[in-house]
Write a protein that binds this ligand. Sequence first.
Ligand code: SAM
Length: 297
Amino acid sequence: MSETKAIATPNKTKEILKKYGFSFKKSLGQNFLIDVNTLKNIIHHAGIDEKTGAIEIGPGMGALTEQLAIHSNKVVAFEIDQRLVPILKETLGAYQNVDIVNQDILEADIMQVMKDHFSPGQDVKIVANLPYYITTPILMKLLMDKLPVSSITVMIQKEVAERMAAVPNTKSYGSLSIAVQYYTEARVVMTVPKTVFMPQPNVDSSVLHLELREKPPVIIDDEAFFFELVQASFAQRRKTLRNNLVRFFADDIEKEKMEQLMQDINIDGTRRGESLTIEEFASLANQFFPHTKRNNN
Ligand code: SAM
């Protein structure tokens, strides 16, 4: 398909808006991409080829879906807004390898949809320009569902992308960085100006690439407790690790015992949570866990 006919141009987008009397719903995070080069860069960073199965979240009018249809083997796109279904039927009419699922991604049984639409063993990647109001819930669902996908490449708010990919001792590093990096290797691969969207969002955007790990980078005795401890460690960023931990786990472990447990693994309680690596959080969680009420053994 020639670029002049692509969906992702200001003129084509305006033409579709007019034809269908479509009005953007801010509440659904509807900021559509109107720049083909940006889309091609996303496809490139996602590592899509003609064998790849692609899952898209929020196709909108089909700007990204079209590029996925051209470059991948098959696309399944989840769109919550019923009004977009007839529009997508027209804009993507030329492509036989696209299926639209009119469903809220947070409610969807993605595993089942994958079984229904892709061949067993096919490499599947998730690619999306996400609705920013639910970026974190969507990504956490995708990761916690442990879907058999190899990577996730998403346009999201710049600041959130930086938090997800952040390393220790930076302002952006926090519990979200640990949660995402427990499941993936995270990299910010592009920063995108507001001008490539219609309407333009109020925030800057980046593309985050998440390569899913085959197994977590650390061995954790109890995942729920690990994430609880990480949250607690960042609860008040200016406080020391010791103070944050005492606040959350004083009912489980006496203060002196806590100090001893930290010393035993060479973690200084006067450090701040933001200086700990995921490996240090893992050994801290494994060290504390046998002494908590959550451990029934
Ligand atoms: N992919 C299109 C593009 O790049 O031009 C549109 C992206 S727009 C930022 C986000 C899209 O997600 C909108 O089409 C919106 O209706 C859809 N959406 C919002 N919430 C959703 C949800 N919970 N499940 C599925 N789609 C959703």
